[in-house]
Design a protein around this ligand. Structure first.
Ligand code: GLN
Length: 541
């Protein structure tokens, strides 16, 4: 049986529980253990697929086509283990499953109740789809004290009893605010948070405290005293300037030792091999070069909206030993501008990346950016919607089809991009109707793509066939292939049946690529995604 680690958070949200969970996982993995991390989100959406990136940040997509919380992206980046559908669940999905079973008559006439039916469903999720993992880390979304989170706390309380307290560990992450006028860290909110958790029947085994400065011994002892812990189990989680420095910092604070001590595994444990974490820390402390990438998007106000993308660019920077500086450009500001004004906004960028999205707002501005990059030979990487945008740009401005557009935006346009009604996945036919439900009905997850020989994409990937993750509803019409090829614009990747364009590129350009998929989801700090790496390299000139 694996050991279970439950990570909860208190005092405030946005403490970085996801990165904390990923870092704990990374430290255990560095000692040779097999680790899996799961996210349980109490909110009532079935999944985050229909939530606005403004509210909830990016929707992360797994190979098997789940739309999940962005924390699963951190887990994959820190562990290099691709998460599955079975690693993410929401309160909404739990209730949906229980109510579906109720309609089905599965409860044999019983009164369906929060306890045991909802809690059993949560517990079944935690224990499902496990093979030979040594550790299962379960991060509980939200903050202790949230009403919708209560049932999840009850479920993990029961779960720990079911598997035996020696097989479960509760880690609670809180905040130590620094009060300038008093010149000290305040422990009271953490004490209260541990107490709130205790009201749900859970005694924190390890308390991790986010803090801007190191904790003093007396603060540690005070927290230990009031939180019913030994001082060694009160661990400071210092604010750092880069998330990839966190595993080393936790290790320095003794976190992995305390986790193993709790499970009685310290004696047998191997020393951790943290060399790859040291290596990337070294690269980022002595960047050799610098490059400025413009991100032309519409959720510029919220960095979390493009989480994986930011990370993928950082990884590409690591691969090129170069600091990647980002400049956010709101695509709407490019609309209705004359060429000099556009140049005023976009000049000075070494590369332009356009990250995909939904809806017409800002699209005409992105078309301006794509044209600028193509004509001025600035490296350009357009993702998903922005492969479609790049296609609209070239079909309008190079082939002269002025009405070319996507039916997502304009119903009676020349439909270069249109809704897909049927496609194949793993040998079975998928169908969609106009006006279908919004949730879970996109083309989702990993699909194969065949690369065209002697193209830029083919040389970057160094192979003929790849698999990348998708999240979109519309597709480019392949009918333009020959006319575009005559003008030096190539479809360099297609679905294996040759029907769906997956990559387009402009020849005679240092780097102009649009991809229908989201390469950013698969990029890792120790293995930058080849497209991002090549894009940053081209941007470095
Ligand atoms: N809106 C586009 C579509 O649904 C692209 C989506 C995206 O960029 N992820 O096809």
């Amino acid at each position: 049986m694996p050991k279970y680690i439950f990570v909860t958070g208190g005092v405030v949200s946005s403490l970085g529980k996801g990165i904390a969970s990923a870092s704990i996982g990374a430290l255990l993995q560095a000692r040779g253990y097999k680790v899996r991390i799961r996210k349980l989100d109490p909110y009532l959406n079935i999944d985050p697929g229909t939530m606005s990136p403004h509210q909830h940040g990016e929707v992360f997509v797994t190979d098997d086509g789940a739309e999940t919380d962005l924390d699963l992206g951190h887990y994959e980046r820190f562990l290099g283990v691709p998460p599955h559908k079975t690693d993410s669940i929401s309160g909404g999905k739990i209730y949906f499953n229980v109510l579906t079973k109720e309609r089905h008559g599965d409860y044999l006439g019983a009164t369906v109740q929060s306890i045991p039916h909802i809690t059993d469903e949560i517990k079944a999720f935690i224990a499902s789809d496990i093979t030979d993992e040594d550790f299962i880390i379960c991060e509980i979304g939200g903050t202790v004290g949230d009403i919708e989170g209560l049932i999840f706390l009850e479920a993990i309380r029961q779960f720990a009893n079911d598997v035996g307290r020696e097989n479960a560990l509760f880690i609670h992450l809180t905040l130590l605010p620094y009060i300038k006028t008093a010149g000290e860290l305040k422990t009271k909110p953490s004490q209260h948070s541990v107490k709130t958790l205790l009201e749900a029947g859970i005694q924190a085994d390890i308390l991790m405290c986010r803090s801007s400065i190191p904790m003093t011994d007396s603060e540690r002892k005070k927290l230990a005293l009031f939180c019913n812990l030994v001082p060694e189990d009160v661990i400071v989680a210092l604010d750092l300037d880069n998330i990839y420095k966190i595993p080393l910092s936790y290790h320095k604070e003794g976190l992995d030792v305390r986790v193993l001590h709790h499970f009685g595994m310290l004696e047998e444990a191997k020393e951790p091999d943290l060399s790859r974490w040291h290596e990337i820390t070294k690269i980022m402390s002595e960047w050799e070069k610098e490059v400025t990438i413009g991100i032309v998007g519409k959720y510029c106000g919220l960095q979390d909206a493009y989480k994986s993308l930011n990370e993928a660019l950082f990884h590409a920077g690591l691969a090129n030993h170069s600091k990647v500086k980002l400049k956010w450009v709101d695509s709407e500001t490019l609309e209705d501008k004359n060429p000099e004004e556009v140049a005023g906004i976009l000049s000075g960028l070494d590369g332009i990346l356009v990250p995909g999205g939904f809806g017409y707002r800002g699209v005409e501005g992105k078309i301006v950016a794509a044209r600028y990059a193509r004509e001025h030979k600035i490296p350009y990487l357009g993702i998903c919607l922005d492969m479609q945008v790049a296609a609209i740009e070239v079909v309008r401005n190079v082939l002269g089809v002025k009405e070319a557009n996507s039916t997502e935006f304009v119903k009676d346009c020349t439909p270069l991009i249109a809704l897909m009604h049927e496609w194949e996945k793993d040998g079975s036919l998928q169908t969609r109707q106009e006006g279908a439900d919004m949730g879970g009905t996109l083309r989702l997850g990993a699909y194969p793509c065949v690369l065209t020989k002697d193209t830029l994409a083919w040389s970057i990937y160094g192979q003929d066939r790849i698999a990348e993750r998708h999240r979109h509803r519309y597709e480019m019409d392949i009918a333009y292939e020959h006319d575009l090829a005559a003008k030096g614009i190539v479809i360099s990747g297609k679905s294996p049946d040759g029907i769906l364009p997956e990559i387009i590129e402009v020849k005679d350009h240092p780097f102009f690529i649009g991809v229908q998929f989201h390469p950013e989801f698969k990029s890792q700090p120790f293995a930058a995604h080849p497209l991002f790496s090549a894009f940053v390299k081209a941007s470095l000139g």
